[in-house]
Design a protein around this ligand. Structure first.
Ligand code: SF4
Ligand code: SF4
Length: 179
């Protein structure tokens, strides 16, 4: 495979600047509502803020990859004297917790940088973060040509098969196709 130029988008989280206002959760869930902006439910947001005011912990975390596997071990982080929960920094939609799952269907959620092309100059959560805790950077890199990655629908079907089994998913699709 050859090399290709690629725009790499990244968001740096400056946790010390986060004040836990949750504006990022609000705009992300509203943007991804159907129809767009028709509702706002933080449980549907692809960024979630770990908030523990009594311990002065405010940690924005982006939804990452789906995984069907639970961790076999957990990590504990202590940074600047603050002890974070074992799953605090993890971005996965996984069976161990409800985070990053669409609340009605249970399908995994993942940050899409606002559907690959943000409506403004920056991803919406970055634009709405007045505290500048989220810093957006774009850079060009030469990378190996990527193999096709599974799309959102494929990841969603995989998660349904993990939960209900292939036969039940096939039976349901066949029943829906007939109705
Ligand atoms: S909008 Fe910014 S300051 Fe507010 S919770 Fe999100 S990351 Fe933190
Ligand atoms: S970049 Fe866009 S999709 Fe990703 S968490 Fe922020 S608002 Fe949501």
């Amino acid at each position: 495979m050859g090399k290709v130029k690629k725009i790499v988008k990244s968001i740096t989280i400056v946790a010390d600047k986060c004040n836990g206002c949750r504006a990022c959760e609000l705009i992300c869930s509203a943007y991804h509502a159907s129809p767009r902006y028709s509702s706002s439910n933080p449980a549907r947001s692809r960024i979630r803020v770990v908030r523990e005011p009594l311990r002065d912990i405010y940690l924005p975390v982006y939804a990452g990859e789906y995984t069907a596997a639970e961790c076999t071990g957990r990590d504990k982080y202590i940074i600047d004297g603050k002890e974070y929960d074992e799953c605090g920094f993890c971005r996965a939609s996984c069976p161990s917790r409800d985070l990053f799952k669409e609340p009605d269907s249970g399908l995994p959620l993942k940050c899409d940088m606002c559907e690959d092309q943000a409506p403004g100059e920056k991803p919406l959560c970055v634009e709405w973060c007045d505290a500048e805790a989220l810093v957006y950077v774009e850079r060009e890199e030469e990378v190996e040509e990527a193999e096709a990655k599974p799309g959102e629908v494929e990841v969603g079907v995989e998660s349904l098969i993990d939960r209900y089994g292939l036969q039940q998913v096939l039976d349901t699709v066949a029943r829906m196709a007939k109705s």
